[in-house]
Write a protein that binds this ligand. Structure first.
Ligand SMILES: [Zn+2]
Length: 274
């Protein structure tokens, strides 16, 4: 009898614990997982800034064009998606290190990181520059050195950072730790980054009637440490006189900003549905 009593007491004590385990394993737990995901923060990163002008055309600098477009994206987001926070890595002409940009996104638990840039072809502002035109979207991923012209140009920012040797000490493409970072990024965020990139690419091509070189995977440092889906948007060739005009015009900037915001809307719907 006494022994049975003890067992009964133990069973009564254990019941709430078992109930907790069961509810965690069944329906309630699943529901919590679903409602836990909410698309609520986007980080917009205008490329370059301050002492780093980026590429240039005849009369304009990449850093200024990128900031103008980023501000238009923020304004549109505030008007049309006011349930999503928009954080800018810079809203003035200020130099910010590449690793600080991804830190800002990580600290704010952003759901998406969009870095805005202009492309530039190696031949400079010659008539031949007319050959290169259109948008391009970069995602961090496997790359061959000869195929990552844009990444090398965008990564060059680190060489004017005061502490680049310290901050990027681990950056060596042949180092196994670089592969670990890459693998972590690839497993978690590569698919979603490409998904967003393709949606945005469709907007540029189908809505704006623009040429695009599509979504490419390159070793872009500003995306490497982002703990979320991340893309770098090359909005057009600033060293192509025709595109420089488009990139500096209100029409061009509004078109690009609208395409980015439309892509965010479509992307949010698609990932909510999965
Ligand atoms: Zn750039």
């Amino acid at each position: 009898m006494i022994k049975n009593n003890v067992n009964l007491k133990t069973a009564i004590k254990l019941t709430p614990f078992l109930f907790f385990i069961l509810t965690a394993l069944t329906g309630n737990g699943q529901q919590n997982n679903i409602s836990a995901f909410k698309f609520k923060t986007v980080v917009i990163d205008p490329g370059h800034g301050g002492k780093d002008p980026g590429a240039h055309g005849v009369y304009s600098l990449e850093k200024n064009v990128a900031l103008d477009i980023a501000k238009k994206v923020r304004q549109l987001m505030e008007n049309e998606m006011d349930d999503v926070n928009v954080i800018m890595t810079r809203s003035t002409d200020k130099f910010i290190e590449l690793n600080v940009r991804s830190e800002i996104a990580n600290k704010n638990n952003a759901n998406l990181f969009i870095s805005i840039h202009c492309n530039s072809s190696p031949e400079g502002i010659a008539e031949t520059a007319n050959k290169e035109k259109g948008a391009m979207i970069l995602v961090y991923g496997f790359h061959r050195k000869e195929e990552q012209m844009e990444a090398l140009r965008e990564n060059a920012s680190i060489y004017i950072e005061a502490d680049y040797k310290k901050n990027y000490a681990g950056y060596n493409e042949n180092d196994p730790s670089a592969l670990i970072i890459l693998n972590t990024f690839m497993a978690k965020y590569r698919r979603q980054s490409i998904l967003f990139g393709e949606i945005l690419n469709n907007q540029f091509v189908n809505n704006d009637g623009r040429k695009s070189r599509g979504v490419k995977e390159q070793g872009v440092l500003v995306l490497a440490h982002s703990a979320m889906p991340a893309v770098l948007v090359e909005t057009g060739y600033i060293n192509n006189p025709q595109e420089e005009k488009y990139l500096n015009s209100d029409t061009g900037q509004n078109e690009i900003a609208t395409s980015i915001v439309n892509a965010i809307k479509i992307y949010r719907k698609e990932i909510d549905a999965t």
